[in-house]
Ligand binder design. Structure first.
Ligand SMILES: CC(C)(COP(=O)(O)OP(=O)(O)OC[C@H]1O[C@@H](n2cnc3c(N)ncnc32)[C@H](O)[C@@H]1OP(=O)(O)O)[C@@H](O)C(=O)NCCC(=O)NCCS
Length: 211
């Protein structure tokens, strides 16, 4: 299989309601694939945002269902009369903007979204979370949780609470590019205590030079 091309969203997205931090990428596999066209569905700019943190990995075939996708469920019919014919649009008692939206979809930093997962409208996914392949994520996912299935259920947490709190406070994803270079050996080291000590040193050194 040909290796996927990593498309950095920050450099490529055009929609005014999609935001991405540095190095967050989509794994493009086919030349004619377009992240916004193919992966962000029912996007109506101005209704809700899709926000990604930094260093988030989005595998091929992931779908974000945007909050403006909904039909009205509180009127007698869910049929979208106003979108089908011009005179039905005139006769309809509501407009698309009257259908409630679930708020912005927010994906944290250092999240890994597995192949073919679907993220439902308005979901918030925490830092460091992992979304299993083909998961349908309909509810918020806590920081550093691994979820999978339809509907996505918690499998386990990646780390204990102490480490999760440490990483959320450290916010290594906001390091400068120079600090990231230095941090890479610790970000990829399986000895967590050694990594935490190394990362803290990098952060504290930057703090000292600022003062
Ligand atoms: C979610 C994931 C990270 C879990 O990995 P893991 O920790 O090794 O999990 P395990 O294989 O030990 O499975 C743990 C449980 O979750 C279930 N599970 C794992 N992945 C699942 C998935 N994608 N969908 C549904 N259930 C899943 C297993 O059946 C098992 O269930 P059980 O506890 O009832 O027996 C992994 O299965 C996955 O989906 N990775 C994404 C791969 C991918 O899409 N890569 C794209 C290229 S970057």
């Amino acid at each position: 299989m040909k290796q996927a091309e990593m498309i950095y969203l920050k450099d490529t997205v055009k929609s005014s309601n999609i935001f991405a931090g540095k190095y967050t990428y989509y794994a493009k596999e086919k030349a004619d694939e377009d992240f916004e066209e193919d992966c962000v569905l029912y996007n109506k700019e101005g209704r809700a945002k899709l926000i990604f943190g930094s260093f988030t990995s989005i595998a091929n075939g992931v779908r974000f269902i945007m909050p403006a996708a909904n039909h009205s469920m509180n009127s007698i019919s869910t049929y979208p009369f106003m979108a089908v014919k011009k005179d039905w649009y005139e006769r309809a008692s509501m407009r698309a903007k009257d259908i409630p939206v679930k708020g912005d979809t927010v994906i944290g930093n250092d999240v890994w979204i597995g192949r073919g997962a679907t993220i439902m409208p308005g979901v918030k996914i925490g830092n460091g979370a992992v979304i299993g392949s083909r998961a349908v994520v309909a509810k918020d996912v806590p920081d550093y949780a691994i979820v999978a299935g339809n509907p996505a259920r918690l499998i386990r947490y990646r780390f204990n609470q102490e480490t999760i709190d440490f990483l959320n406070k450290l916010e290594w994803w906001n390091f400068s590019d120079e600090q990231i270079e230095e941090a890479i050996p610790f970000l990829t080291n399986l000895d967590l205590e050694e990594s935490k000590a190394g990362l803290l040193k990098i952060k504290n050194r930057a703090k000292q030079t600022e003062q």
